[in-house]
Design a protein around this ligand. Structure first.
Ligand code: COA
Length: 180
């Protein structure tokens, strides 16, 4: 298990790589809030993450971010991106830098996963959080896989370079996977 220590606003947050992220872990970090990501109304299928990062306080999981490598077609050319998802900080613990710390540690790990770019989906209200961490909005509408065929993703899409000089080429974007 790797750990990363991030200092934000004078507070030190130790991020650990979690061997798994179970339903109980999810319940613990979400603090019993129903639909914490506000996605149940979308009735969409989601892809589980393959790598998990977390912050614990007195044994309780209080922050999580997940990563998964996904295939994506940009202007018809197939490539891969590292998807970031499941980003959550326990209610009552927000605004103290935990989100920044857990996302920063996940992105650092993503730099070694191979793809040149990171990708995420979020509601507009959360875009400033990611902008402050260097993510940029992707203006293109993104098509994503669903069990009954591709649909246009109703959430906003953001990306970040994982290597110096990496860019996002122009053209239609199609995620060749369930969203994450
Ligand atoms: C989004 C979330 C993970 C942020 O976690 P957090 O611990 O509160 O974030 P931090 O304190 O580390 O703040 C990170 C940056 O985002 C900014 N930020 C945090 N909350 C914000 C908000 N509601 N609106 C605008 N900016 C915000 C902070 O100012 C900070 O920027 P700075 O370091 O440049 O000052 C948390 O609010 C959350 O769990 N939300 C509900 C779950 C959810 O919807 N997750 C999916 C998001 S796509």
């Amino acid at each position: 298990m790797t750990t990363t220590s991030a200092s934000t606003c004078g507070e030190r947050h130790t991020v650990v790589r979690l061997p798994e992220f179970t339903g109980a872990d999810r319940e613990e970090v979400c603090g019993g809030v129903p639909d914490p990501f506000e996605i149940e109304g979308l009735v969409m299928a989601w892809r589980p993450k393959q790598e998990h990062f977390g912050i614990r306080r007195e044994g309780r999981l209080v922050a999580h971010a997940g990563l998964v490598t996904v295939p994506v077609a940009i202007a018809g050319s197939r490539t891969e991106a590292v998807g970031l998802g499941g980003v959550i900080v326990a209610p009552g613990m927000r605004g103290r830098g935990l989100g920044r710390a857990v996302v920063t540690a996940a992105v650092e790990h993503a730099r070694g996963m191979g793809p040149d770019v990171g990708l995420l989906f979020c509601w507009p209200e959360w875009m400033p959080v990611y902008e402050s961490l260097g993510w940029r909005e992707l203006e293109e509408h993104v098509r994503v896989e669903q069990p009954d065929g591709p649909v246009t993703m109703p959430m906003r899409t953001m990306w970040t370079p994982l290597r110096e000089g990496a860019g996002w080429p122009p053209g239609p974007v199609r995620l060749l996977s369930l969203p994450f």
